[in-house]
Ligand binder design. Sequence first.
Ligand code: OSB
Ligand code: MG
Length: 369
Amino acid sequence: MKIKQIDWYDIRLPLVVPFQTRYGTLFDKACAILVVTDELGHTGLGELVTLESPYYIQETFETSRMIAKTWLIPMLKNRDIGHPDDISTFFREVKGNPMAKSCLETAIWDVYGRRHGQPLTDYFGDTTSHVSVGVSVGIEPDLDILETTVREYLQEGYSRVKLKIKPGYDVAPVARIRRVFPELELMVDANSAYTEVDIPHLLSLDAFDLAMIEQPFGATDYLTHRELQRQMTTCVCLDENIQSLTDIELAYELKSCQSINLKIPRVGGITEALAITRFCEQREILVWMGGMYESGVGRALNLQFASQKAFTFPGDISQSSRYFHEDVIESPFKLEDGKITVPTESGIGVDIDEEMVAKYCVEKETFYL
Ligand code: OSB
Ligand code: MG
């Protein structure tokens, strides 16, 4: 297979509710939708999901876009692609920048699947047709509003709730939600907001029967996570730390975590994400699917990936309407009986809605390879 053309659409989707994390508040989501075309005219879709600020990981929307357009796309010129696994090998020359790599790598997996008439789930082993999902709730200082928000999500059918926390906003919201919903599968995500001196304070979260605490410390801080996991009963989960298979190998050897939030874009694409999943399965590390406020394109892939049997814990894959008024795909995802149906058409199983892409597109560029 050869890639002949790449159409790059920069998109800006307004959010239904602004998301507040300790990084600030997000009012709309920038993303790019990539359409890659092979030499036979089959097309594949990819999404660039990077946030605009460098506060989550090093990449920003602009740096990912520049790396992809200037360095990665030219690497595909005249290359024979035997299998989509080849892409991660070609891209190894460029260091880091997993999200830039992933938007192209996943689009190439998609065109490969469509060309062979196979949904990507066919390449993932045993999968299920419906996935139970959770919801990631932003920081809401008014705990009455927080409680109402959580109640509404539970009524919609989400089977797990993740609360974002930060210093000064942790025990109080957790205690409140736990008191009101004693049976709820509840967890917290700190997005690196704490340091070693906070360990005694974080240990007080052990009292709330949380499923896990996600990424309390810095993105390369394996040792402080190890120290917390040594002292804490609650499962420590890593997100920002895990950008490759090597990172989870290190975390496993050091006993820095018992779980990881896996995001395909944060690890450079499907090939690496599969290797990480297999590693976790073999070592009883709980692996589950994270999210980056994806549009329908990235969400379709996340759903397919999370349909693997290793993904027993509900992912951060909410229905499209929780994020956006309108989506760029033809049939936006809906929660039904607490589950979302995994697309079964070939490739990622969804098609873009041309009208929506045109409506929310702010810039377009075409590359001929
Ligand atoms: O830390 O998991 C995170 C979104 C953007 C960046 C980082 C994170 C998140 C989420 C949202 O928690 C998950 C989602 O609903 O897409
Ligand atoms: Mg996280």
